[in-house]
Design a protein around this ligand. Structure first.
Ligand SMILES: *[C@@H]1O[C@H](CO)[C@@H](O)[C@H](O)[C@H]1NC(C)=O
Ligand SMILES: *[C@@H]1O[C@H](CO)[C@@H](O)[C@H](O)[C@H]1NC(C)=O
Ligand SMILES: *[C@@H]1O[C@H](CO)[C@@H](O)[C@H](O)[C@H]1NC(C)=O
Ligand SMILES: *[C@@H]1O[C@H](CO)[C@@H](O)[C@H](O)[C@H]1NC(C)=O
Length: 482
């Protein structure tokens, strides 16, 4: 199809068609003009069809635009009875399913299944994104119809020029952050992964703030974020997030939209670090925390951040006793036991600001680690079965430690614990489900040696920092870059 329209053959066909159907035209000049016009229209239609088929395949939008201008001014002057070109463009806006089920198995790879016809814009060190309008969108806006809350394939998107928006469209003014994640906006780890690229966008675009958020999970619009994620966004952007609900009757078009659909994607570590620095700084300010008071240089604060139920320590008092014993050997050291349940966002931010060594089972509460001072320590614990069965997801707190500039001091994996029942062995996923939320055991000797090593080093680090013996990388503060 692509080449047919450009080939001389088509041109010839066109020409013969012209000759027969315009036989009443005797003067060669108007005939040639008409021929030119028809060629222009054909080319224009070709581009238009291409654009419907695959919105980003056009490489020469300027041609389309100039053709459009030539044609539309000519048409309105010489043939007022024809429907206006804008109307035709408007009618021809094509909506595609928001998620492309052909890519359901590789939903987060490549272009992802979300808005699959459009390629990401890539910049070194940054998350892949899409922007509408932009040069890449040829000036077109993003329009969506997304009322289905349980099937993203029944929701739709289209690109449309501002002067030819689909009939019945409402336009949302200002900047809109559009997110699609494979996970969710409630779990603090998953929610954070989805919002990080938007904070980065804000930081590198003169603190641009979103007028609204559009939250998709599998192409289904979500109306809320979990309270922790919401509070973090409130703290970071200086206002509660306003979330689009798609309750308008017609399509919703966005004046200016930026789309992230890979979570952090290919963002570089220094850029991630700057994002975590900014969120730490803004969260502390939002929670009225005086930074200088939070982290006393002469103390060493150890927090046992303990879970109840799933992934709790089977022998909590034993664990607490070991840490208290080892802490007792370090000057200025104190141990405090806290549980994430029931702590408000600001209580978590404050607690982390006062923690030098965070001791905690694997779990979402560990996401809070980036609120600690840089280079603070994390000790993580897993029940039996995780190493063999949990896949790469078990390393997320190693990763966030690296990204936010903390020291992950390693993990302890319970070698004992209850065995997976025989009838589950061999059934995919069954044993992991069994192990996932088991209690975590206790190895007094190992915990003791590990705690001794970490606390000693952490204390030394604080002393070195206080006395100016370490050079830390510059910490990005609350303000935006360029
Ligand atoms: C999108 O990118 C892929 C891989 O780089 C390329 O093969 C494809 O042609 C691109 N599609 C469009 C519409 O630009
Ligand atoms: C649409 O939702 C917004 C809140 O997001 C609400 O203020 C508005 O009244 C709703 N409109 C309709 C027509 O339901
Ligand atoms: C917990 O650990 C302590 C210290 O090793 C031990 O004395 C105690 O018996 C343990 N408690 C349980 C319930 O295993
Ligand atoms: C952590 O401390 C080391 C020195 O021990 C320093 O080189 C490094 O830059 C610090 N890391 C961060 C993220 O500040």
């Amino acid at each position: 199809m692509t080449n047919d329209h450009k080939s001389p053959k088509t041109f010839t066909t066109q020409k013969s068609f012209n000759s027969s159907s315009t036989s009443t035209l005797t003067h060669p000049w108007p005939k040639r003009l008409l021929l030119l016009l028809i060629t222009l229209i054909t080319t224009l239609l070709f581009f238009q069809m291409q654009s419907l088929h695959n919105p980003f395949t056009i490489t020469s939008s300027s041609i389309t635009w100039s053709l459009y201008n030539t044609y539309s001014s000519f048409a309105t002057r010489s043939n007022p009875s024809t429907a206006s070109f804008d109307d035709r463009l408007r009618d021809s806006v094509t909506f595609l399913p928001l998620v492309d089920l052909r890519f359901a198995k590789t939903a987060m790879e490549g272009n992802t299944w979300f808005m699959s016809s459009i390629n990401d814009t890539r910049e070194p060190g940054e998350s892949e994104h899409l922007r509408f309008p932009s040069a890449a969108s040829h000036g077109r806006l993003l329009c969506m119809i997304a009322r289905d809350k349980s099937d993203g394939a029944k929701n739709h998107y289209a690109l449309a020029w501002p002067d030819a928006l689909p009939i019945g469209a409402s336009v949302r003014k200002g900047l809109t952050f559009v997110s699609d994640t494979y996970y969710d906006y409630d779990n603090i780890w998953h929610g954070l992964s989805a919002v990080v690229p938007f904070v980065r966008w804000h930081a590198r675009n003169r603190c641009a703030k979103p007028a609204r958020w559009v939250l998709f999970h599998w192409g289904e619009a979500r109306a809320s974020m979990g309270p922790w994620v919401r509070a973090l966004m409130d703290a970071t952007f200086g206002g509660e997030p306003n979330i689009e609900t798609f309750n308008a009757t017609g399509p919703t078009c966005f004046e200016d939209a930026v789309v992230f659909r890979h979570n952090e994607g290919s963002m570089s570590v220094p850029n991630r670090r700057a994002v975590y620095d900014m969120m730490r700084c803004r969260a502390r300010s939002y929670c009225n925390i005086d930074e200088r008071k939070a982290d006393s240089p002469s103390s060493l604060d150890v927090t046992l951040f303990l879970r109840t139920g799933a992934r709790a320590f089977a022998n909590e008092s034993g664990v607490i006793r070991v840490f208290e014993r080892e802490c007792g050997k370090v000057e200025g050291c104190s141990v405090r036991v806290r549980r994430p349940n029931g702590l408000s966002f600001c209580e978590q931010v404050r607690l982390m600001g006062e923690t030098d060594v965070l001791v905690s089972p694997h779990g979402a509460q560990l996401t809070n680690m980036f609120f600690m001072e840089r280079n603070s320590s994390v000790m993580e614990f897993f029940p039996k079965g995780w190493l063999e069965m949990a896949g790469v997801g078990q390393y997320v707190y190693h990763w966030i430690a690296g990204w936010s500039g903390m020291r992950h001091e390693g993990a302890w994996r319970d070698p004992n614990g209850v065995e997976c029942p025989k009838e589950m062995v061999g059934e995919p996923g069954k044993c992991f489900t069994f192990y996932k939320d088991q209690k975590i055991g206790f190895d007094e000797e190992h915990f003791g040696r590990w705690a001794e090593r970490v606390l000693k080093r952490a204390k030394q680090y604080k002393l070195d920092r206080m006395e100016g013996r370490v050079v830390e990388e510059g910490v990005a503060g609350c303000s935006c870059g360029s």
